[in-house]
Design a protein around this ligand. Structure first.
Ligand SMILES: [Cu+2]
Length: 258
């Protein structure tokens, strides 16, 4: 009898809690967020930030940067940008320059950040097939990119397990050694090395929001007793949610550093 009473109280509490939660807090229960600060590679002089927010099977990717090469062959300099995956989840240091031309090329950096998993295009295909679809990438010295799309499974797994790396490509050729200025891109020999070499890099790391943040729920009641009640109701709510609750826990586990 006593058990039943407690359960029904928890149920009422969970329902009440749901009503009290603002919309954003409810949405966070199945969302995950990963972000990084973009650091310059190859002395590009640029800087920026990037973010990957999952909501259900959709991912919203934002990339903002400034200070990159401005023009290329008379037009805005196209800056290809990708989520590189399944490498060491790192950005290369200058020692990755194997041929000693002073530039860490896209392939020389690959042991650190891995191959391309997703092309962060402005429209259309986002697979590795669009790696150099220069007309569908942001161009010019700065950009604020945002796109929501279904991230392919390999990329989503890499982002969640800590091996997702955002790389923005394209160097001002005049900053390179004469040798490197003459070199062709190993990705597309019709392009100069400078066009495809990495300019910004950042390894994504997660801030999981599967659980209720400490003291993050405003019940309007105030006081310690009220907070404890909310936590008890939250536990009841998780238990009642059954499969859904297990889902939340699974999401949190995936995101924890291993
Ligand atoms: Cu790339």
């Amino acid at each position: 009898m006593r058990t039943k009473t407690v359960r029904s109280t928890a149920l009422a509490g969970a329902l009440g809690l749901a009503l009290f939660l603002p919309g954003s807090a409810l949405a966070q229960s199945d969302s995950e967020s990963f972000r990084t600060t973009l650091q310059p590679l190859n002395n590009s002089g640029g800087s920026g930030q990037a973010m990957v927010d999952f909501s259900g099977d959709q991912a919203t990717v934002t990339v903002s940067y400034e200070g990159l090469a401005e023009t290329f062959q008379g037009g805005p300099f196209p800056h290809a940008q990708h989520i590189h995956i399944a490498g060491r989840g790192e950005c290369p240091d200058p020692s990755a320059d194997e041929n000693g031309d002073g530039v860490v090329s896209t392939l020389e950096g690959q042991p650190s950040y891995g191959p391309i998993g997703t092309s962060l295009t402005t429209e259309g295909d986002t697979s590795a097939d669009s790696a150099l679809a220069v007309e569908r990438f942001p161009g010019g010295p700065s950009a604020d990119y945002e796109r929501t799309f279904t991230l392919n499974q390999e990329s989503a797994e890499s982002v969640r397990n800590g091996t997702g790396v955002i790389v923005v490509h394209g160097l001002d050729p005049t900053t390179l050694s004469p040798e490197a200025q003459e070199a062709k891109s190993e990705l597309d020999p019709s392009l100069p090395l400078a066009a495809t070499a990495p300019a910004l890099c950042g390894a994504l790391s997660g801030s999981q929001i599967g659980a209720m943040p400490d003291g993050g729920v405003d019940t309007g009641g105030g006081g310690t007793a009220g907070t404890e009640d909310v936590r008890m109701f939250a536990i009841g709510g998780l238990a009642l949610a059954g499969a859904a609750g297990a889902g939340v826990l699974a999401v949190r586990r995936r995101g924890e550093p291993s």
